[in-house]
Design a protein around this ligand. Structure first.
Ligand code: GDP
Length: 456
């Protein structure tokens, strides 16, 4: 396989940049570019050692001083010989060093090629490789911890346990089906059924955790609702921690739906700040109202805002009525506690048990909102220890495997022949092998690594 090189750090001005070289000729290519101070050459260096030296161009001119680290096959990320040059983090100098590596015989690495080689060399499973992308893009502690568990192989071993059990059943079935005349013990159907049901439960749990995981990874779709001037924009700015939308005193100014992501402790909210739910003749405003209603219908979490300093009116009641008919998580926020209070908290208690009085203007109550929302979505919905699928591809494989297992269970329960059961279990095992990459086609493997960035 060719020797490849790429810049493995983001391209930008920083303290250091890393150029990574991997392949059979990594050390000899580095010999032409990097000159350790002292009399050693890169190719004389041991694995897991580094040297301080100079990067020089073909004419012997110094380009930068840098540190080179050597990893010897198979003890490297890719499983091949690897050299990493840590140079000064300027865009020009980094690109120049990469060019020198390429002039010395390295090929530019394709997106994800280092990790793909790691997979092909058996350094990690496909699910672990996919977890690498996940980790790079993780936002929030929960997402990171689950990606890092997957990277350590937790997902792989959980899937492997199911697939091993299926293969064990297949072995027993095959022996019995294929050699009916031999003295092979009869397949214990009830034992087989129990084991299939256990496998079904294991896959179902993984699929359920995936849904919660997606929620945490991608953010909880949230709508801030309320009539004009109750303080929705102010609340949104408070949550965002900076000024985002223009806050004005004229009722109905927040006409457009503005979407922002905000991290509240472990969870991320995708918030849209919308117009209120109120009857209006204004066309532009009407549009906003319709949009607000449809957003309420689609979202996962509603933050309904009311002004505690003025009595509940028809618009407030309409909103309360509208949201109480929706089967969603709701937080009722009573804003402007710094002003004289004209409504009592108890007036809202029939609509939600999560009622928080705040002053969005002064920031009082911000922590309470964060804590309330955090506990609404964790830990009952999600456990940081759960392993989850990294993407739709893995989920789809698991779903197909689950469907086959369901089919096998139904076949056993309706007394179909063991032949039929064997075929469906075999298909389930195939889908799981595709999930872990043990039997993934080249197309699938390419697809997975195409999602990576160059240098990873
Ligand atoms: P929206 O129309 O619901 O988005 O409401 P805004 O966020 O634009 O706020 C309307 C007005 O109420 C602005 O003048 C804010 O400064 C004011 N306001 C918002 N929150 C508070 C608060 O907690 N206390 C007080 N006294 N005024 C607030």
């Amino acid at each position: 396989m060719s020797t490849i090189a790429a810049i493995s750090t983001p391209l930008g001005v920083g303290g250091i940049s890393v150029i990574r070289i991997s392949g059979e000729n990594a050390l000899s290519a580095a010999d032409k570019v990097f000159f350790p101070f002292g009399d050693k050459k890169v190719s004389d260096m041991q694995g897991y050692t580094c040297a301080y030296g100079e990067v020089r161009d073909k004419n012997g001119r110094t380009v930068d001083d840098a540190v080179l680290t050597v990893f010897k096959a198979p003890k490297s990320y890719t499983g091949e010989d690897v050299c990493e040059i840590s140079c000064h983090g300027g865009i020009y100098v980094t690109k120049k060093i990469l060019r020198l590596c390429i002039e010395s015989g390295c090929e530019p690495a394709m997106a994800g090629e280092f990790t793909k080689r790691a997979f092909l060399n058996g350094k990690l499973s496909l699910t672990q490789a996919e977890a690498v992308t996940d980790m790079l893009s993780a936002e929030g502690d929960y997402a990171l911890s689950s990606a890092s568990l997957a990277r350590k192989g937790r997902l792989y071993s959980e899937i492997k346990a199911v697939s091993d059990s299926l293969i064990k059943s297949l072995g027993e079935l095959a022996a019995w089906v294929d050699y009916p005349d031999e003295d092979i013990p009869e397949v214990d159907e009830s034992e087989l059924l129990t084991s299939l049901k256990e496998n079904r439960a294991a896959l179902k749990k993984l699929l359920r955790d995936y849904d919660s995981g997606m929620l945490i990874k991608n953010g909880i779709d949230t709508v801030i609702a309320g009539k004009p001037n109750v303080g929705k924009s102010t609340l949104m700015n408070l949550l965002l921690g900076y000024e985002r939308s223009i806050v004005t005193d004229i009722a109905g100014t927040t006409r457009d739906v503005i979407e922002e992501s905000v991290r509240l402790g472990a969870v991320t909210l995708k918030i849209s700040d919308t117009a209120g739910i109120h009857g209006t003749d204004d066309k532009v405003e009407r549009l906003g109202v319709e949009l607000a209603k449809s957003r309420l219908d689609e979202c996962r979490l509603i933050i309904a805002v009311f002004d505690i300093s003025s009595p509940i009116d028809d618009e407030d009641r309409e909103l309360l009525k509208y949201i109480s008919a929706l089967d969603k998580r709701k937080v009722i926020v009573l804003n402007k506690t710094d002003k004289a209070q004209s409504v009592d908290k108890s007036a809202f208690s029939e609509y939600s048990d999560k009622i928080i009085a705040i002053s969005a203007g002064s920031g009082e109550g911000r922590d309470e909102i964060r804590e309330t929302i955090e506990t609404m979505f964790t830990p009952e919905d999600y456990n940081a220890d759960s392993t989850v699928f990294a993407n739709e591809r893995q989920k789809l494989c698991a779903e197909k495997a689950l469907a086959c297992i369901e089919e096998a269970i139904a076949a056993l329960e309706t007394g179909l022949t063991l032949d039929a059961v064997t075929v469906t279990i075999d298909r389930a095992a195939e889908h799981l092998a595709e999930l872990t990459g043990e039997r993934a086609s080249e197309a699938v493997v390419n697809e997975v690594f195409a999602k990576f960035c160059v240098g990873k």
